[in-house]
Design a protein around this ligand. Structure first.
Ligand code: HEC
Ligand code: HEC
Length: 444
């Protein structure tokens, strides 16, 4: 009898003790409070990315509204080697695409420290095997003096490139006096992405016109996507740029564990990942700069003193005078902007072997160590330019591991391949189509 009473008592205690709140992992309460505290809207929603099919929730250019057929067209053109028609040497014709430097498997970056489009050969497994073709002079290939940016979640980037030079609004209001060269395109008043890609098609030596559209079979897609354009303007750099921009706006990492967590699925992240997130949004101060929706920064540029691409030794056609080394200052010509770079988004960065604009770090742990020590590595950057938020963090080994888990597991959308087409209309090998790449990609 005593036993039974005792057990009933136990049961009662258990039942009272086990209210939903106490079952809740205390880490969740801490983390959600920490996120709300730094969220510009005071809630978790600020960091929730939209479903890529929910066009109404994706920021877009009113001149280029998202439609299914436009996205579908852009999805093929991004990988289409058939429009790579303006090479420096004819042997290279039809061998590269946007995705040559924005390979989906490695966070839509090049798979090497510096991407090579026209003038490159080979692919390897994820783009790491690409080299310059021997008969191209160093000055001839299509390469840039900075690492390619990850184009995921770019709908949330108002001003594109590392210097943010494209786009007429946001941070670029008041910079009209320096809209020169390719930045002159800003005068049309388009969003950064649309502006950049109109220039990007020329820069990357691609061609679109009625003959190309017709030969490759894209004409019906352009007709469906751009019926409001007169036929004489329907198959052009501009409509191609608009279709590419529409596609890129749907490259959203909404299936990453952190996104599921924010939507209420608390078991989408492990305790270690949650401790890492708590550091990101708290003690480690990452959120001070990475506070946009995809953990980028839509408005501010900062100097953290990382090395430039030429200082790594493997890059071609770039040196200490490359305007890209000056970041925002290279565009605005303002002293206060020198060496300040855009704060990039952080989803799927763990798939890359190259971090920062000069590819100076090769693992996420090296990046964490860099922010923890906060010692600028580039002697060209004056101490006065370095962001005050870039200061030693004093993280323990365990904390570094926790932060690493958040960055590499919680921020990884493993399903980005859903955005890659089965084929492109030319039937060409993609993302590259030179003989070596065809072999590497098993296209034959
Ligand atoms: C030769 C390699 C290469 C090719 C080809 C290439 N890109 Fe890029 N991309 C880059 C580099 C490098 C950057 C960073 C440039 C800079 O900041 O000055 C970049 C930046 C971008 C950005 C800016 C992202 C942001 O967050 O600001 C977008 C968008 C983009 N590329 C889309 C494209 C599209 C679309 C194509 C095809 C028309 C393309 N790229 C072809 C190398 C390449
Ligand atoms: C002072 C503002 C600032 C703070 C604080 C900051 N970041 Fe950054 N972060 C940047 C900028 C700016 C870049 C790009 C720098 C460059 O390449 O020149 C960057 C780049 C990165 C990159 C590489 C992205 C890429 O495309 O290569 C990662 C990863 C990253 N930060 C993670 C973190 C983490 C984790 C923390 C906290 C420990 C942190 N950041 C704190 C401003 C900041």
């Amino acid at each position: 009898m005593a036993k039974i009473t005792y057990c009933l008592l136990c049961l009662a205690v258990l039942m009272i003790g086990c209210t939903a709140d106490e079952l809740k992992n205390p880490l969740d309460h801490q983390l959600q409070t920490a996120i709300k505290r730094v969220s510009p809207t005071g809630d978790l929603d600020h960091f929730i990315l939209p479903d890529p099919k929910d066009y109404n929730s994706i920021p877009q250019d009113p001149n280029n509204p998202l439609t299914d057929v436009k996205v579908e067209l852009g999805k093929m053109l991004f990988y289409e080697t058939g429009i790579a028609l303006n090479p420096k040497h004819p042997e290279s014709k039809g061998t590269w695409s946007c995705a040559t430097c924005h390979v989906p498997e490695v966070g839509f970056m090049a798979g090497r420290a510096q991407g090579i489009a026209d003038g490159g050969i080979g692919f390897g497994t994820v783009g790491e095997g690409r080299t310059k073709m021997f008969f191209y002079e160093d000055s001839e290939p299509d390469v840039q003096g900075a690492r390619a940016l990850n184009v995921m979640n770019v709908a949330f980037v108002p001003n594109t490139t590392w210097s943010g030079k494209f786009g007429s609004k946001g941070a670029n209001e008041g910079t009209e006096d320096v809209w020169e060269g390719d930045a002159k395109i800003n005068e049309f008043g388009l969003e950064g992405l649309e502006s950049q890609l109109i220039e990007g098609i020329k820069l990357h030596r691609m061609v679109m016109n009625p003959v190309v559209a017709d030969t490759l079979g894209y004409k019906p897609y352009f007709d469906a996507a751009f019926s409001e354009f007169p036929e004489s303007e329907r198959y052009s750099d501009i409509t191609t740029a608009f279709a590419l921009a529409a596609y890129l706006r749907t490259l959203i990492s909404d299936k990453a564990p952190f996104q599921k967590y924010l939507r209420g699925q608390e078991d989408a992240m492990s305790d270690q990942e949650k401790r890492g997130a708590l550091l990101f949004f708290g003690k480690a101060g990452c959120i001070k700069c990475h506070n946009g929706k995809p953990l980028n920064n839509p408005d501010h540029f900062y100097a953290i003193g990382v090395k430039d691409l030429y200082q790594g030794g493997e890059a071609i056609n770039t040196d200490q005078n490359d305007i890209r080394n000056f970041g925002r200052g290279g565009f605005t010509k303002r002293e206060e902007d020198m060496y300040k770079f855009k704060v990039p988004q952080l989803y799927n960065m763990c798939q890359s072997n190259f971090f920062f604009h000069g590819s100076s770090k090769t693992t996420m742990m090296e990046v964490i160590e860099y922010f923890d020590k906060a010692v600028p590595e580039n002697p060209n950057v004056p101490a006065s330019q370095i962001a005050p938020q870039f200061r030693p963090l004093g993280l323990t080994e365990e904390e570094k591991q926790d932060l690493h888990a958040f960055l590499t597991i919680s921020l990884l959308d493993k399903d980005m391949h859903r955005h890659v087409p089965e084929q492109v209309l030319s039937g060409n090998c993609f993302p590259n189509n030179d003989p070596q790449s065809q072999q590497d990609l098993n296209c034959n």
